[in-house]
Each structure stands twice: as structure tokens, then as C-alpha cells.
Design a protein around this ligand. Structure first.
Ligand SMILES: Nc1ncnc2c1ncn2[C@@H]1O[C@H](COP(=O)(O)OP(=O)(O)OP(=O)(O)O)[C@@H](O)[C@H]1O
Length: 244
């Protein structure tokens, strides 16, 4: 039984229904891409999964403990101007399970150094967050979720404003996390990235969800992504594997 499931979910914003009759399971140990046009309800669904938006009807069933759930909003939504170094940010990943006031032990610092090494940001350990590039900042933020040992990871456009090398590093880290069993849900607009990363696709359109096989998004002749790498995507003609 998947640890994250939607049961006839209905979500609204300001009294207006955004999504309804959403059903389905997110596979454990898999990466699901959440796609849809602007305003389709991707962030709304993520808010509901994180327990920040109560459903109008139906429910989100999440068996992952709260301290193992991580949510990485769009970079633009983050205020990272407060005084904190990369290492300090990564260490805060221990807070959900360990508490913010207990301090860190040697094992935490060791793990923090390992994570910075894996993400190629060891040399930035003492750099302030406000002095990082978009890609460096995103590596640090993913580092925090690794420190947290996240089992459910929700990411909203994690590769936006990020350099190509960082995209490669982050894709590898996300794949490793999924292989280790994490459930990963990622909002993506870039079809080439989607075709490389996603095991499953949940498409939101016209207030409903459809589970779409990743192969449906490829050009049948070339095997390459069928559309230009950025939105708008014409969602109306996508074959689908079932109604969500
Ligand atoms: N806080 C809010 N109050 C009222 N309406 C909202 C709020 N947040 C979103 N909405 C509305 O809910 C609908 C879904 O928005 P949502 O942000 O979930 O879409 P999205 O798919 O994430 O879009 P984008 O790709 O632009 O980020 C939109 O019509 C939006 O205007």
C-alpha cells in the first residue's frame, strides 16, 4: 500500500473549487512529476498534501511521519536573506526530528559534511545564503532535505533558475533518494527534464487529474520529448492511463 494516497479529493481556494475527484497513489520509491498549466492547481495540491490546506471533501492519506516530510517551494517564494551559512542551513534538517534547541552532535556534523561533499558545495560551507547563486542555493536546500532524511519530498520547480551542472547533480541526488525508498513529487514544466526524471506523471487540467504514462509525453517516432521544453503544453490531446 503506497504511503501517499488521494481519496476523492476536492480542493478549493477562496471558495472556488480548484480540483475535484482526485484519486490515486504515489508510488513509494518513485518520482512523480506533477504537471499542468499555470493555475491548474499544482501548488494547491502540494499544500493539501503538506496538510496546510484542508480539503473541501475527500482526504489525503499520508503515512509518512511529519518529521520526514519535506517541502521545497519555488525559489522565488523563499526569503533567504537572513544571516545563515550553507552549513547552518543544512544542519537545520535535523530540527524536525531532533528539535531546534538541542544543538548538534559529532555525527550530525559528519553527515552534514558528507552531504555538502555529495552536492559539491563543501567549499561554500561558511558562505552566507544571501551570497549564493540560484544553483548553489538549490543544492543547499536539497542538502537540508537529505539531512532531514526526508521520505516524502515535494519540490516546486526545483530546476528553475538553476545552472545545467546543478540540474545534473540534483537529478542524481533525487534519483538516489527515490532508490532509497523516498516518495518524490516534483512540479516540472520542462518536458526534457520530465522525460529523464519521472517514473509517473500526474497531469492536472480543468479541475481534474489524470495519471499519464511518461511514454505518452514522448514523440512516438523519435522517442524524444514531444513538445518544446517549456509550457504551454497542449494538454487536450494527451493519451491517458486513467483518471485520477
Ligand atoms: N491563496 C490563494 N487565494 C485565492 N486563490 C488562490 C490562492 N492560491 C492560488 N489560488 C488560485 O487557485 C488556482 C490554482 O492555483 P495554483 O497556485 O495551485 O496553481 P499552479 O498550478 O500551482 O500554478 P503555477 O504554475 O502558476 O504555479 C488559481 O486559479 C489561483 O489563482
Amino acid at each position: 500500500m503506497a504511503r501517499l494516497q488521494l481519496h476523492d479529493l476536492q480542493l478549493a481556494r477562496s471558495g472556488q473549487t480548484v480540483l475535484e475527484h482526485l484519486d490515486g497513489s504515489f508510488q513509494d520509491g518513485a518520482i512523480t512529476a506533477l504537471i499542468g498549466a499555470n493555475g491548474a492547481g499544482k501548488s494547491t495540491l502540494i499544500s493539501a498534501i503538506m496538510g496546510m490546506l484542508p480539503p473541501v471533501a475527500g482526504r489525503v492519506e499520508c503515512k509518512v511521519p511529519r518529521e520526514r516530510c519535506a517541502w521545497l517551494p519555488q525559489q522565488l517564494a523563499l526569503d533567504l536573506t537572513f544571516p545563515m551559512s550553507v552549513e547552518e542551513l543544512i544542519m537545520t534538517g535535523t530540527w524536525p526530528s531532533h528539535g531546534a534547541l538541542k544543538g548538534y552532535c559529532a555525527a550530525h556534523y559528519r553527515r552534514g559534511r558528507e552531504i555538502m561533499g555529495q552536492l559539491g558545495i563543501s567549499h561554500l560551507a561558511h558562505r552566507q545564503l544571501g551570497e549564493l547563486s540560484g544553483g548553489q542555493r538549490q543544492r543547499a536546500l536539497i542538502g537540508r532535505t537529505l539531512m532531514q532524511e526526508a521520505e516524502l519530498l515535494l519540490l516546486d520547480e526545483p530546476f528553475a533558475n538553476v545552472d545545467g551542472e546543478t540540474v545534473e547533480v540534483l537529478m542524481e541526488v533525487l534519483r538516489d533518494m527515490a532508490t532509497a525508498g523516498a516518495t518524490i513529487l516534483v512540479v516540472l514544466h520542462d518536458m526534457e527534464q520530465l522525460s529523464r526524471l519521472a517514473d509517473d506523471v500526474l497531469l492536472l487540467a480543468s479541475g481534474h487529474g489524470r495519471w499519464v504514462g511518461t511514454e505518452a509525453l514522448l514523440d512516438h517516432h523519435t522517442g524524444q520529448p514531444a513538445r518544446a521544453p517549456r509550457l504551454p503544453i497542449d494538454f487536450s490531446d494527451l493519451p491517458h492511463a486513467g483518471t485520477a
